[in-house]
Design a protein around this ligand. Structure first.
Ligand code: EPS
Length: 353
C-alpha cells in the first residue's frame, strides 16, 4: 500500500508491465504551470526500451495520454492523471515462471506477500513502472525551472570514470548510448555491456547526479531532511542497492579539520564535502549524490533456482531484458530528483512568512 511518493506534491503510480497500461496521478501541482509536453516526450524517449543495442529489445512507443488536470496547455491545480499503454507485450515468454522463482528477483517475495503474483513479466516490480515517474518528474521539474539536474553513468561493473565530473555536459551525456559524461569511457562501458549481453549475463553500475541552483533553505528537519528524501526517492527505483551523497563513505575516513567546508566571503564554500546540504537543508552549493544499481536478476543463461514445490531446478530466462539498467536509469534518477526538489520548494513556501 505504498504507491504514492511526495508530501505536498504527490505522485501515485499504477500498472503492471504486461497489463493494459502504466499510469499515474500527480496531485498538488499548482494551477497555471505550463505543461512541458515536448520535454515529457523527450524524457520518455531517453527511458524507453528498445532505444539501442545495449538495452532491452522490447519495443514500446511510450506515448503518454493525459486524462485530466490540464486545460489549454496549463495545469488546472487539480489532479493530473495520465496513462501510457503497453502495446508490445509477449507474456508467453514468461509462462515458465508461473511455477518458478527467479533467484534475486521479486517473484518470490511478491508471492509470499500477496499469496499470488502477476507472472507476466515483472508485474508491478518491473522497471516499466518508472515510465510514470518520468511523466510526474518532468511535470515537477517545470515548477523549478532554474534548478539544473544532470545525471550520468559513472560506472559499469568494475569500470568507472577516474573522477566525479561536477560540471557534466548534458549534450555529451546524450551523445553516447551509455549516457556517461566521458566519451572515451563511453566506448569501454558499451563494450563491457555488449560482452555481458553476449554471455546471457547482466552487470551493475553507478549513476552520479549533480544538482545546481538550489537556493539555501530547502529540506525539512528532522525526518524529511533533503538527503533523506533523496535517499528514499533513489532507493525506490528498481534495482537500486546504494545511495551516497557528498563525501559519503569516504568522508567517514576523514578528520574534521580536513572535512569542514570553509566559507568564502559570499557564503559559498571552498570545498563541498557536505554535498550542498547541512542539517538536512540545502546551503546553496551544488547537491551531488551517487546511486548504485545491481545487475538485473533475469539471466539469459541457466542458473540454479527453485519452483513453488520447493524443488531445485535449472532456470534460464526468456523475454526481453536489459543487460545493464544504468543507461536507461539516468532520466529516472533525474525525474525522482525533480519530484523531491519540487516538493521541498513547495514546503519551503509554507515555512516562510
Ligand atoms: C526489464 C525486463 C522487461 C523489459 C523492461 C525491463 O520487463 P518485464 O520482464 O517486466 O516485461 O521489457 O523494460 C520495459 C519494458 C520498460 O518499459 O522499462 C529488465 O529486466 O530490466
Amino acid at each position: 500500500m505504498s504507491n504514492t511518493f511526495g508530501r505536498v506534491l504527490r505522485l501515485t503510480t499504477f500498472g503492471e508491465s504486461h497489463g493494459e497500461a502504466i499510469g499515474g496521478v500527480l496531485d498538488g501541482l499548482p494551477a497555471g504551470v505550463e505543461i512541458p509536453f515536448e520535454e515529457i516526450n523527450r524524457q520518455l524517449q531517453r527511458r524507453r526500451p528498445g532505444q539501442s543495442r545495449i538495452t532491452t529489445a522490447r519495443k514500446e512507443e511510450d506515448k503518454v495520454k493525459f486524462l485530466s488536470g490540464i486545460l489549454e496547455g496549463k495545469s488546472l491545480g487539480t489532479p493530473i492523471a495520465f496513462i501510457i499503454e503497453n502495446t508490445n507485450i509477449r507474456s508467453a515468454d514468461y509462462t515458465h515462471l508461473k511455477n518458478a522463482y527467479r533467484p534475486s528477483h521479486a517473484d518470490f517475495t511478491y508471492e509470499k506477500k500477496y499469496g499470488l503474483r502477476d507472472w507476466r513479466g515483472g508485474g508491478r516490480a518491473s522497471a516499466r513502472e518508472t515510465t510514470a515517474r518520468i511523466v510526474g518528474g518532468t511535470l515537477a521539474k517545470s515548477l523549478i525551472p532554474e534548478v539544473q539536474i544532470t545525471a550520468y553513468v559513472y560506472a559499469v561493473g568494475p569500470l568507472h570514470l577516474n573522477k566525479i565530473d561536477f560540471n557534466p555536459n548534458p549534450e555529451v551525456i546524450d551523445s553516447n548510448p551509455v549516457r556517461t559524461s566521458d566519451p572515451e569511457m563511453a566506448k569501454a562501458f558499451e563494450q563491457l555491456i555488449l560482452e555481458t549481453k553476449k554471455k546471457g549475463d547482466t552487470v551493475g553500475g553507478q549513476i552520479i547526479c549533480v544538482v545546481k541552483n538550489i537556493p539555501p533553505g530547502w529540506g525539512e528537519p528532522v525526518f524529511d531532511k533533503l538527503h533523506a528524501r533523496l535517499a528514499s526517492a533513489m532507493m525506490s527505483i528498481p534495482a537500486v542497492k546504494a545511495f551516497e551523497y557528498g563525501s559519503g563513505f569516504k568522508g567517514s575516513e576523514m578528520f574534521g579539520s580536513q572535512h569542514n567546508d570553509i566559507f568564502n566571503e559570499d557564503f559559498t564554500t571552498k570545498t563541498n564535502f557536505s554535498g550542498g546540504i547541512q542539517g538536512g537543508i540545502s546551503n546553496g552549493m551544488p547537491v551531488y549524490f551517487r546511486v548504485g544499481f545491481k545487475p538485473v536478476s533475469t539471466l539469459l543463461q541457466p542458473q540454479q533456482s527453485i519452483n513453488r514445490q520447493g524443488e531445485i531446478i535449472q532456470l534460464k530466462g526468456k523475454g526481453r531484458h536489459d543487460p545493464c539498467v544504468v543507461p536507461r536509469a539516468v532520466p529516472i534518477v533525474e525525474a525522482m530528483t525533480a519530484l523531491v526538489l519540487a516538493d521541498m520548494f513547495l514546503l519551503q513556501k509554507i515555512n516562510q512568512p
